[in-house]
Design a protein around this ligand. Structure first.
Ligand SMILES: [Zn+2]
Length: 394
């Protein structure tokens, strides 16, 4: 059975401006929607595609055949790509491309059944060269029923180096440099700084801001059946991201585990000795650093919380359930706004590096030692590159 996707929330003036520009054909062939994870970037991309291909007015009408097929994720001229785990079957590039197409179709079938996608999860995923090849092949053909075909590439930062080569990103770049007539590309990213400059420079950037917390709470009540109190609490922790808020509704879900994982990293960095850092690093396997990207995003939020709890802005702490830990931990640190900002920037750099080919254990150990130097010691030492093997401390 197919569930109807929830209506698009908020961003009314942005959508009005986009719809007008689409109708007047003023938008370039490539767009890049960026914003925090789960804030609705791919939903907006699907909305833009639906608006562009709608056959009625005002657009999107949500009722014409084109709109109905788009809403059911079955429009033959809307192609939605996103990061997927690497299939094990890969005896030839063709077989890999086929396996990726099968995995994409299976994931789309899941989204049809359950359109609400929570944040969280440590899936090691990528947008592989095989997927970009099938995308290019489709783009070289004419649209099936519309005058334009639209390619959505969600979380495009996952195009970045795979197997130590930027092959997938470069293959996409060639396509964006000379987009085939009748093709439009909408990229989305929660980390646009990780995209190749050459890709970024070809796209019109559109920032999708977080939603007001009250709107997120209303969404949880109306679309997820949450009771008002749970909706308010989850919304307050969501930073205005519907994906995060849905994840927060499930206390045993992936996002809750991710939050606990991030707190464990923070505890290891600011308390205990170096052995606690190495123990935390050994929780990770020797491969699959890309699974760390979301966890590190959550770690950034926890560092911001620690700074807010320590520097007299407790009302800005997001994870209020951890307030007493944050107060206690912060009281032993010589934390300043500059140090907190530096720590958040170090984790941002680590997120970018995690998309490449690094050993998660060495990588986490080096990051935590670095965070300890930044957050704890009274005399911060010079920065060390994260990719180098960590030296045991004194
Ligand atoms: Zn329509």
């Amino acid at each position: 059975m197919t569930a109807a996707p929830p209506p698009f929330r908020g961003h009314r003036s942005l959508r009005t401006a986009l719809a007008r520009a689409l109708i007047r054909r003023e938008l370039p062939a490539t767009l890049l929607i960026h914003g925090i994870p789960g804030c609705g970037k791919q939903t907006l991309a699907l909305w833009i595609a639906r608006t562009r291909l709608c056959e009625e007015n005002p657009r999107p009408c949500d009722h014409c055949l084109s709109c109905r097929r788009a809403l059911a994720l079955e429009h033959p001229d809307i192609h939605w790509y996103f990061p997927l785990p690497r299939p094990t079957r890969k005896s030839s590039p063709e077989k890999l491309a086929d396996a990726l197409e099968d995995a994409r179709a299976a994931r789309l079938a899941e989204y049809r059944k359950q359109p609400l996608r929570p944040n969280g999860g440590h899936e090691v995923k990528g947008i592989y060269i095989g997927a970009v090849r099938s995308l290019r092949e489709r783009a070289s053909k004419r649209p099936s029923i519309s005058e334009e075909q639209i390619f959505i590439i969600g979380d495009a930062e996952y195009l970045i180096p795979q197997e130590a080569s930027p092959e997938a990103a470069n293959a996409l770049l060639k396509l964006l440099e000379e987009p085939p007539a009748g093709s439009r590309f909408i990229l989305t990213s929660g980390a646009p700084g990780s995209l190749l400059d050459t890709i970024r420079s070809r796209a019109l950037p559109i920032h999708l801001p977080p939603l007001p917390i009250a709107d997120v709470a209303a969404f949880l009540e109306e679309e997820c059946g949450a009771v008002p109190e749970a909706a308010r609490e989850a919304a307050a922790r969501s930073q205005g991201s519907i994906g995060a808020a849905i994840g927060e509704l499930d206390p045993g879900g992936e996002l809750a585990r991710e939050r606990q994982g991030a707190l464990k990293l923070l505890r290891a960095a600011i308390g205990g000795g170096n052995e606690s850092i190495f123990a935390a690093a050994l929780d990770f396997g020797p491969g699959g650093a890309r699974g760390l990207v979301d966890l590190l995003g959550t770690l950034q939020l926890r560092i911001r919380d620690l700074a807010a709890a320590t520097l007299g802005c407790e009302n800005r702490v997001v994870d209020v359930g951890e307030l007493s830990f944050l107060r206690r931990a912060g009281s032993g640190l010589a934390l300043t706004p500059e140090r907190a900002a530096r720590a958040v920037a170090r984790v941002e750099e680590a997120r970018r590096l995690a998309l490449g080919n690094v050993n998660p254990q060495l990588f986490v150990a080096a990051l935590l030692l670095d965070l300890r130097r930044t957050l704890v010691s009274s005399k911060p030492r010079s920065k060390k590159p994260l990719s180098r093997k960590p030296r045991p401390g004194p």
